[in-house]
Design a protein around this ligand. Structure first.
Ligand code: NAP
Length: 278
């Protein structure tokens, strides 16, 4: 029987790439997306696709039940991937804005994870792969909401890994740096929706943020295509003993190294500079 995998956020970027590549590799892929038009497109491209909006518990439940029906209650892996970045200074974050960021990036992921875990426990094996970020362990200015959501994912995943110790269910975090996807275009939409730039003390600085988000092509050096993430996802799925963390891109390796060896004071200087420059 083919190994099955549920992936969220397959309309573009990493999810789209991983869904197609794993399908070609012989997996039974459930490529989910929140918009019906994305589902139609994925279906037309030959994938098994369902609607799943991480902000809607009913939609999560329905997609899960339909997949369980189709696989007779089996699921080898879950790739939690669908998310977005809300840029903006911490001082400009309303309760509503931070809640919205967590609804998608954290609460939706946890809800789905907690639906699949009993299935994996029953079958005695499974893989949960969390698409975190370098910003899940290194903070940068004007990325507070997103940083917080990815730090939350890291905390939940580290804890879950301990709670699953001794089982054959493995939790892995993928930590990409810059990847060429729709991420910045979607972040721009979130900024426009939730941040009142005109009344911010940081007004000037938002010009640079807008410039970065509007820039065509890679915004920063060392940007890699989504296939770089795919390689690590495949390892997390197929290794006998998958890693807890997978770094992707040079900036992730660099900040991972610096975080271990630099003082917080020095690291802050570098992160502030890197964050303000891009
Ligand atoms: N690109 C990077 O530089 C980078 C770096 C580190 C980590 N990541 C992580 O990689 C993952 C994928 O992002 P990406 O770079 O591929 O960006 P992307 O091209 O913007 O893709 C994000 C996907 O998430 C979906 N999504 C957004 N809100 C959702 C919701 N409420 N329910 C279900 N799906 C939702 C989007 O759907 P719509 O098309 O409908 O909006 C889209 O399919 C994210 O977890 C992101 O944090 C990206």
């Amino acid at each position: 029987m083919k190994k099955s995998i549920l992936i969220t956020g397959c309309s573009s970027g990493i999810g789209y790439c991983v869904a197609h590549a794993l399908h070609k590799r012989g997996y039974r892929v459930f490529a989910t997306a929140r918009r019906q038009e994305s589902v139609e497109r994925l279906l037309a491209e030959g994938l098994e696709s369902l609607r799943l909006d991480l902000n809607e518990p009913d939609s999560i439940q329905q997609a899960f039940e339909e997949i369980m029906h189709r696989t007779h209650g089996q699921l080898y892996a879950l790739f939690n991937n669908g998310a977005y970045g809300l840029p903006g200074a911490v001082e400009d974050l309303s309760r509503e804005a931070l809640r919205a960021q967590f609804e998608t990036n954290v609460f939706g992921w946890l809800e789905l994870t907690n639906l699949v875990l009993p299935i994996m426990r029953k079958q005695g094996y499974g893989r949960i792969i969390q698409n975190s970020s370098v910003l899940g362990f290194a903070a940068m200015p004007f990325r507070g909401a997103y940083n917080a959501s990815k730090y939350a994912i890291e905390g939940l995943s580290d804890t879950l890994r301990l709670e699953l110790m001794g089982t054959q269910i493995f939790v892995s975090l993928i930590e990409p740096g810059p990847i060429a996807t729709q991420f910045r275009a979607n972040a721009l939409k979130a900024l426009q929706k939730y941040i009142d730039i005109d009344h911010s003390i940081h007004g000037e600085k938002y010009h640079a943020v807008l410039e970065r988000l509007n820039k065509q092509g890679p915004a920063v050096p060392f940007t890699l295509p989504p296939e770089a993430v795919l390689k690590k996802v495949i390892h997390a799925l197929e290794a006998h003993n998958p890693q807890a963390r997978y770094y992707v891109t040079f900036p992730t390796y660099l900040f991972g190294f610096l975080k271990r060896f630099l003082s917080i004071r020095l690291l802050d200087k570098l992160l502030a500079k890197a964050g303000n420059n891009n």
